[in-house]
Design a protein around this ligand. Sequence first.
Ligand code: C5P
Length: 289
Amino acid sequence: MKQVTVLAPAKINLALDVTGVRQDGYHTLDMIMQAVNLYEVITLRKGVGVKLKCNVPYVPCNEKNTAHKAARLFFEYAKIDGGVDITIEKHVPVKAGMAGGSADAAGVLVGLNMLYGTGLSVEQLCELGIKIGADVPFAIKGGTARVKGIGEEITPLKPFLYYYITVVMPSAGISTPAAFKRYDELGTDIRPDCDKLQKAIESYNLEDMCKEVKNSLQFSSAAKDTDAICKALNENGALASMMTGSGAAVFGIYSSQEKALQAKNILSKTYEQTFCLEPISGGVKFKSL
Ligand code: C5P
């Protein structure tokens, strides 16, 4: 095999609670995460060294890129003297809280495992992934999950896929470390009850699920447009609306595709990047030829 193409999905947080701070400064979290049908398309070809290309100019293609880090870590861990040419077609907005960078790393790990026939387990790939970014293990596994620690403790839930999501990305993104730093300074009163939310998801109760869609970082993220976008999504029929991750993207939950599309069409007059999405089961998958 000389080449593989993988699709690596973005995520939204249905809930995010900050439960503590580790000695290394990372925050421990309690989250419900949901993979959505917005994919990074990553093609990997056997090559010499690690080379990276991306279809957008604002993503640096150097050693700091999560995809580059993932490839280096993979070869080192698998003890393979290999190389790869990586091409990323980006679809997930950056600094959005949708784990686009983590999806790129996840796609490279899963893709290289196939390309080189290494046979590493999903758990081994997740162990590598957490060294690159907190959201990489979830990006590998996807679906619907309760996620704790900094992102390494993943309990898959039965996927609940019967709703629609309109995502709005404002023009300015949010840096994750800056959002957590502001959280440390400001704290929050917003505390989702992830047990309640998990129960609602497990009983396919959309109304109860929407009551617990909350994010402890919502106000400390300092994303300027969050309130205005939530208001607009709600006025256009959202059952709940919230910022995802550390921001800056905001999503609304809708009971029908028609309503979600209508909200997307209205919001897209103000915001360039809007998406009408669906929750999905599973994570990184191979693109059929
Ligand atoms: O691991 P990731 O690249 O997503 O995290 C970027 C930065 O965000 C970390 O260096 C840390 O400052 C902050 N962070 C955190 N707690 C988390 C995830 C990220 O403090 N659980």
